[in-house]
Ligand binder design. Structure first.
Ligand code: PGA
Length: 255
């Protein structure tokens, strides 16, 4: 069976020294056997990438960034490029997280440019999609998520599509303690797979990793990770607690 991916999104939390400590704690809590059976990824803030990269080096734990800019370099004050992220040791980059869509007005079009740039530099983009509470209430959520997938992944070659990961994160479940049910999750993962197939024009979704995100913790991870179509989890709050994050990875390794 395919390995699951357990990804920790540390968001805008922890200084460099705090990140160093958390990375050390995660390394000491994670059994080597777990890392052999499950891919484990940590996405700290930009300024902690280097120190966290050093701590996890040689452990098998992977490093990712939370964002990137869509130009190579130049006069883009405050932005960070794919080349910089790649050189510092990142294998993955989160793109289009709902918090960035909301607070920084990232559109599917901007996200598409970022994904293309990430792919150009050999990074694996984790594209985040998901509906708001209102969109679910209004029953327009399926169309919204389908559009996010199709527009964010427009004009990407079939070969490059192999490096895409999608995280379904209903906005109403992020940081709220609310979870989608297994059925809601599986239904959306199926819909995402169908949208992906439409883009690639063949049955490529079999190979696509689709993660779930939104208040995943050590209590609910078994049920969520066992749901049909779930290939892993993108974890915010619980990834800041070494023991809990390690427990979730262990659960994933046992499924
Ligand atoms: P959460 O965040 O686990 O704190 O809900 C998930 C995410 O935003 O990726």
């Amino acid at each position: 069976m395919r390995k699951k991916l357990i990804a920790g999104n540390w968001k805008m939390n922890l200084t460099s020294s705090e990140s160093e400590q958390l990375a050390k704690d995660i390394v000491s809590n994670l059994d080597k056997k777990v890392i052999a059976k499950t891919d484990v990824l940590i996405c700290p803030t930009y300024i902690s990438l280097e120190v966290v990269g050093r701590i996890i080096s040689g452990t098998g734990i992977k490093l990712g960034a939370q964002n990137l800019f869509f130009e190579n370099d130049g006069a883009f004050t405050g932005e960070i490029s794919a080349r910089m992220i790649k050189e510092i040791g990142c294998e993955y980059v989160i793109v289009g997280h709902s918090e960035r869509r909301k607070h920084l007005h990232e559109t599917n079009k901007i996200i598409n440019k970022k994904i293309k740039k990430a792919l150009e530099f050999g990074l694996k983009p984790i594209l985040c999609v998901g509906e708001t509470f209102e969109e679910r209430e209004d029953e327009i959520y399926e169309g919204i998520v389908e559009e996010q997938v199709i527009d964010s992944l427009a004009d990407i070659t079939k070969a490059e599509m192999n490096n895409i990961i999608i995280a379904y994160e209903p906005v109403w479940a992020i940081g709220t303690g609310l979870n989608a049910t297994s059925k809601q999750i599986s239904d959306m993962h199926l819909l995402i797979g169908r949208a992906f197939n439409k883009l690639v024009n063949e049955n490529a979704a079999n190979e696509l990793l689709v993660l779930y995100g939104g208040s995943v913790n050590d209590k609910n991870s078994k049920e969520i990770l066992s749901a049909s179509g779930v290939d892993g989890a993108l974890i915010g709050g619980a990834s800041l607690k070494a023991e809990e994050f390690a427990k979730i990875a262990k659960t994933a390794a046992q499924i």
